[in-house]
Design a protein around this ligand. Structure first.
Ligand SMILES: Nc1ncnc2c1ncn2[C@@H]1O[C@H](COP(=O)(O)OP(=O)(O)OP(=O)(O)O)[C@@H](O)[C@H]1O
Length: 245
């Protein structure tokens, strides 16, 4: 018998990459989560499902206690569901080992908070540069990227200011630059307009919308703010841990 094998039939050829279906950016599938307080069992999320298939701005809405923070904690893999799955770019987050978590968050996620959470002793530029520290870049490359990102959010003229020398809206712009400078596909924002007056909040939302479109970044925003819900491409509405819209 010779060594030559017959050529594979067309059916057994691997599919070309272009024809392979892409997984959703985010898939939340039948997720349930409860907490325990002594003998009490508190159900925070029940059978929650949704997916994000394209880079979008998605609002997570619902009254206090409806499960928004619980959901954000699962998306950031600060916690894992009791049952169901959260998949980012096809990867089940529960399968990430504790040792690989920092790297996962650095590579894939950005965070924006209500209180901005900038380091008060560092300048705007240093706060943004710091987010690039885990990456294999020279100091000059980090500086260059951080400046470019700050310019992009309209803060190129305040590089040396410390957070205490900036307005709330300016601090949130710096925080958004920090979240996006590593070019994550996915940004998790917790009430990003909660500490801002209404004009500044509208400007920050405009910026988020622009960055979503120009950088193809997906934003998931937990909020009570109706303006966020108006701007969002889709709204996941929670009540008592269940999806109602
Ligand atoms: N660590 C915990 N231990 C026990 N119960 C908790 C814990 N965290 C949240 N809960 C409960 O789970 C439910 C969902 O809480 P969650 O914080 O997710 O709501 P939320 O929509 O983010 O509220 P808010 O808008 O006030 O931040 C609530 O009933 C809450 O009391």
């Amino acid at each position: 018998m010779g060594h030559l094998q017959p050529p594979p039939s067309p059916q057994s050829q691997p599919l070309a990459p272009a024809s392979r279906p892409q997984p959703p950016i985010l898939a939340v599938e039948s997720v349930t989560k409860h907490y325990r307080r002594g003998s009490e069992r508190i159900v925070a999320l029940t059978d929650l499902s949704f997916s994000i298939d394209a880079p979008e701005v998605v609002a997570i809405a619902g009254p206090s206690g409806s499960g928004k923070s619980t959901l954000l904690n699962l998306l950031a893999r600060f916690d894992v569901p009791d049952s169901g799955e959260v998949r980012l770019d096809g990867q089940d987050l529960a399968s990430i080992s504790p040792a690989a978590l920092d790297e996962f968050r650095n590579r894939k996620l950005g965070f924006v908070f209500q209180q901005f959470n900038l380091l008060p002793v560092l300048s705007a530029l240093e706060n943004v540069e710091l987010a690039l520290a885990p990456q294999a870049l020279s100091r000059a490359q980090r500086r260059e990227r951080a400046i470019a990102m700050l310019e992009r959010v309209g803060m190129g003229y305040r590089l040396a200011h410390k957070p205490g020398e900036l307005s709330g809206g300016q601090q949130q712009r710096v925080a958004i630059a920090r979240a996006l400078v590593g070019r994550p596909r996915f940004v998790i924002a917790d009430e990003p307009t909660g500490n801002l007056d209404s004009k500044t909040a509208a400007e920050i939302l405009q910026l988020i919308s622009e960055l979503n479109q120009t950088m193809q970044t997906t934003f998931v925003i937990a909020t009570h703010d109706p303006r966020v819900m108006q701007l969002a491409n889709s709204v996941i509405e929670l009540a008592d841990g269940q999806r109602i819209g």
